[in-house]
Design a protein around this ligand. Structure first.
Ligand code: URA
Length: 216
């Protein structure tokens, strides 16, 4: 268990480093890096796609229309955005809000892995296709996997990866809202799940008695 406030300090120090990132050409067109926001000790982390116009101006993820809907969905399960952590796959706005490109995701992903390592969330909810494919390391799209949690190792820890539709999808297709609400309703139960320790830790524990028995 870390000292109180230590995650928040480490995360702030890391945000300062990332603020000057020039790993990809998006650095040239941005107003600022949109690192992430919320509670550094959160058990629940959301990962979206990339900052849009408003996020780029304000330096905070999900402050536009999709963000308002995300806040409403959170309120529906008794949470506020200050109790969770919100980040994106890309930290800089793609021009004209176009889709992220593979080389941009590749250049930026180490920032997200480090955020996950520092925050140590129990549940990582991926919003939409880009975050879901990146964090699951699988090509299966959100339509097939939404609402289906999968246990995986991220940032050296076991987490529940929980793919859900991007809230922007419900802005354009209102019946999506029902699906999103019903997928959100499962989050409190997922936060209470016990997770297996990482495979490496299990292997170490399993190896211990054998070492003591002089088998190696
Ligand atoms: N959409 C995203 O994926 N991220 C944001 O920060 C805003 C809109």
């Amino acid at each position: 268990m870390d000292d109180p406030g230590s995650r928040s300090l480490s995360l702030a120090a890391f945000a300062d480093q990332v603020a000057g990132c020039t790993k990809c050409p998006l650095a040239e067109g941005r107003t600022q890096v949109v690192f992430g926001s919320g509670n550094a000790d959160a058990d629940l982390m959301f990962v979206g796609e990339a900052p849009g116009f408003h996020e780029d101006k304000q330096g905070v993820p999900f402050v536009g229309a999709a963000g308002k809907l995300l806040e409403q969905l959170l309120a529906g399960i008794g949470l506020t955005r200050d109790e969770v952590y919100i980040a994106n796959c890309l930290k800089c706005r793609p021009p004209g809000n176009r889709d992220p490109m593979p080389d941009e995701i590749e250049a930026c992903e180490s920032h997200l892995w480090r955020q996950i390592e520092l925050i140590q969330p129990r549940v990582v909810a991926t919003l939409g296709n880009f975050a879901t494919k990146l964090l699951s390391a699988k090509p299966t799209g959100i339509t097939r996997v939404h609402g289906q949690e999968q246990e995986t190792t991220l940032g050296g820890r076991r987490v529940l990866l929980y793919p859900i539709y991007h809230p922007a999808a419900a802005l354009y297709t209102p019946r999506m809202l029902d699906v999103l609400q019903s997928d959100f309703r499962r989050i409190p139960e997922l936060l209470g799940r016990e997770l297996e320790p990482p495979a490496q830790m299990l292997a170490e524990v399993a190896a211990e008695p054998a070492v003591q028995l002089g088998l190696f």
